[in-house]
Design a protein around this ligand. Structure first.
Ligand code: IPE
Ligand code: IPE
Ligand code: MG
Length: 241
């Protein structure tokens, strides 16, 4: 067993969000089709989820498919959707066993019907679990979420359930896809890109960022611990002193 009890691992983020980037580059380095990179990336999802569970992280949000990813070639989009469905189908028993509760955020109705059905089955099958909450961001965009949140707020006002004067940050948060979860404490992005790419725009306002050059298929439990150690060294001030 490794040293998961390291002194500097004592500050475990309650919620980790990850922009899982670099599958394409990983495949390219090996002269493989991009799909092979995505396949290897799915294995990393399993590893990292397990790692988070072992370390006592409560929420893990994984950016799996963005609103903008729909503009990729149809072949790649189809392969990603197939992989997602297959991942859910084959990993659900394991998630049940590991006490993982699966959730999803995004414009889920845009996913292929069979994917939506499998997603609902997996969410349902794990709904009673009390360990790590794994949240998949699918067909997710931060701006889209904010727009959907505004629509939902307006609807509440129109129906007389909410007074316009009562709207503040806390009320607005309750109209976002993430209303049941705390904001992320730590954001990890693999593959070195220094951008948010439309991920959790509202929720990341005071999140600590950790960007690593490691490509997502190569990211392992040690890398996860490195990120958490670095997080433990940060001083969070939230605008205070
Ligand atoms: C991340 O890897 C996976 C998805 C966005 C679905 P990429 O496919 O973006 O890999 P790169 O950035 O091209 O290397
Ligand atoms: C962000 O990665 C989306 C996901 C990881 C699902 P992208 O590869 O799509 O982001 P950009 O295009 O490099 O900003
Ligand atoms: Mg990318």
């Amino acid at each position: 067993m490794s040293t998961a009890t390291d002194e500097d691992l004592k500050s475990i983020p309650r919620h980790i969000a990850i922009i899982m980037d670099g599958n394409g580059r990983w495949a390219k380095e090996r002269s493989l089709p991009r799909t092979e990179g995505h396949r290897a990336g799915a294995d990393t999802v399993r590893r990292v989820t397990e790692g988070c569970g072992e370390l006592g992280v409560e929420y893990l949000t994984l950016y799996a498919f963005s609103s903008e990813n729909w503009k990729r070639p149809k072949r790649e989009v189809d392969a990603l959707m197939k992989l997602l469905e297959q991942f859910l189908r084959t990993k659900t028993p394991e998630m049940k066993e590991q006490n993982i509760r699966l959730q999803a955020i995004g414009r889920l109705h845009d996913l292929p019907k069979s994917c939506q059905d499998q997603l609902h089955r997996s969410v349902e099958a794990t709904s009673q679990n009390s360990g790590l909450t794994l949240i998949l961001a699918l067909s997710y965009g931060g701006r889209e979420e904010i727009i959907d949140g505004i629509k939902s707020l307006l609807e509440s006002v129109e129906r007389g359930h909410l007074d316009k004067a009562m709207i503040d940050g806390e009320v607005f948060s309750k109209h976002l896809y993430t209303r049941y979860y705390p904001d992320p404490d730590l954001l990890i992005r693999t593959s070195g890109e220094m951008r948010i790419s439309n991920f959790l725009l509202w929720q990341l306002s005071y999140t600590e960022f950790y960007i690593t050059p490691r490509l997502w298929p190569d990211f392992n439990k040690e890398d996860l611990k490195d990120a958490i150690r670095e997080y433990g060294r940060r001083q969070r001030r939230f605008g205070g002193i």
